[in-house]
Design a protein around this ligand. Structure first.
Ligand SMILES: [Zn+2]
Length: 132
């Protein structure tokens, strides 16, 4: 798995990502947007949330829904010094969605094509655990 920075995805990759990802904060649909990085002409294309009006790489729609459920039902609040309002709720969903995505990627259940339907082969990890 190669991790890349913002702006390093081509147009077709971004369009593919729009199909299965939503905004981490509001859960809304993403669009592509031309981004000017510096005054010397550095520009690229990124994903953008028109509702939140910000560049947004997005998260799997299913992961967003799970994160929303988690924040609501487990009273998760990472931003405890912030007023509890809709923005706080949305930022918490984004935080949990990031954690869930990180976890799913690291157990090989999520890649650039989205969530996987079949369990990966964990034989290597199980074998390693028995040896330790
Ligand atoms: Zn948004």
């Amino acid at each position: 798995m190669v991790s890349r920075i913002y702006g390093s995805y081509d147009h077709d990759e971004l369009l593919k990502r729009i199909e299965h990802c939503v905004c981490r904060q509001c859960g809304g649909k993403l669009t592509t947007s031309l981004v000017i990085y510096d005054i010397y002409g550095g520009a690229g294309e990124d994903l953008y949330c028109p509702h939140c009006q910000k560049t947004e790489f997005g998260v799997e729609k299913t992961v967003y829904e799970l994160a929303e459920y988690f924040v609501e039902n487990f009273q998760f609040n990472y931003f405890y010094d912030m007023e509890e309002n809709n923005t706080n709720f949305q930022l918490n969903i984004a935080k949990v969605a990031d954690m869930m995505s990180w976890f799913l990627k690291n157990i090989d259940l999520l890649d650039e094509n989205g969530l996987k339907n079949n369990l990966p082969d964990y034989t290597y990890y199980l074998h390693k655990r028995r040896k330790d």
